[in-house]
Write a protein that binds this ligand. Sequence first.
Ligand SMILES: Nc1nc2c(ncn2[C@@H]2O[C@H](COP(=O)(O)OP(=O)(O)OP(=O)(O)O)[C@@H](O)[C@H]2O)c(=O)[nH]1
Ligand SMILES: [Mg+2]
Length: 402
Amino acid sequence: MKIVVIMPTYNEKENIGQMMEVLLKKEFPKITQAEMHLLIVDDNSPDGTGEIVKQNLKKYKNLHLLTGPKKGLGYAYIRGMKYAMNEMKSDAVIEMDADFQHNPADVKRLVKAAKNADVVIGARYIKGGSVPKEWQFYRKFLSWFGNVFARTVLFLPKIHDLTTGFRLTKVGYLSKINLDILYGKASYAYKMHLLNLLLKEGAKVREVPIAFLPRLREKSKFKLRETIDTFLIVLRLRSRFIKFALVGGIGFIINAVGLELFRNTSLTVNLAHLFPQTDSMHLKILAQPSFWAAAVAAEIAIFSNFNLDNLWTFEDVQIASPLKYIRRFIKFNLASFGAIVIQSVVIAVGVIMFGDTLIVRQLSLVIAVGIFVIPYNYTMYNVFIWKRWSLRNVLAKISPLK
Ligand SMILES: Nc1nc2c(ncn2[C@@H]2O[C@H](COP(=O)(O)OP(=O)(O)OP(=O)(O)O)[C@@H](O)[C@H]2O)c(=O)[nH]1
Ligand SMILES: [Mg+2]
């Protein structure tokens, strides 16, 4: 197996000499299961980083240099990846920083983990991993929050570090990706999109804990703007989910207003009176007018959601024929029935425990929808109504969580 460590540099003259020496003389020889190469992608650094590398090309046969104009980190990596795949015929590439924030000794651990994985992530947010303790609170928080945000929005609960710069990727999967279309090439934000596409191709991922070390020499190129880019890319990759959420938000308002409107109608009060006020929990739930008001409000919201989702959220797989429309609307109702039951039960339990007040009803509704109904609905819509996902893949994603 031939593995190329791709290392972009911009003004790293204080680091690059030592980095080449540590990797090429000390660490690479320890790796026996692969033929290791170092490819430095220097964007014509004005401080002469490229010159330092050039002087060493003769000394090390597995050292390579690509130079070019400065366009941004992603562009540099993509140039390096194409070169490693097409010219060097590598079997895997490793993305790594030149400033010793990635410990050269960890390369060996990534290579070892690649034995039974297509992508190996040097993860900071798992047991044994860390970020620099020198970092200011805001940077620690942004990095941590960015990951939690991306994991939630992209629904990748099993992966703990989506934004790390230290990764190994097998060419078998990398070559399937059109690198030119990646978002965020001007910074490290491209990493989010790349990993997302690799996962869609079915790449098997393993995480290895790494300590992300403090930068000791030379200047940081960290820009807040690039972190914001990463957030925006996460949202862009989830535009369907955002539409779903907006449609759901409209449904939520219909729900909330409906709950109050229908609570005192003769319909819901009479329905509630059909059931005696007893100590039995089941009957007690049905004896609440709010239970029935919530159910009626939910049905109206369902009708609105179905139509808005069909016309907008799932526009690309829209249900057009009238017969199918009716069949799927019935199915949509069946799927939503679960949501109504969840919601009504949570609200009734809340009302019984804390009293039938506006605050209790509305808070119960927020909890019911926020925690249970949203993930349930999105899965149901994609699997059973608009049929974009297979049930098997969904189950594989959520269980068993390791
Ligand atoms: N070729 C190339 N390399 C770059 C560019 N920007 C950053 N790099 C390199 O990419 C790596 C990561 O950049 P850093 O400045 O360390 O970014 P960071 O790790 O987020 O920030 P610090 O924690 O402050 O170091 C380093 O090896 C840089 O030299 C660029 O535009 N072109
Ligand atoms: Mg750095």
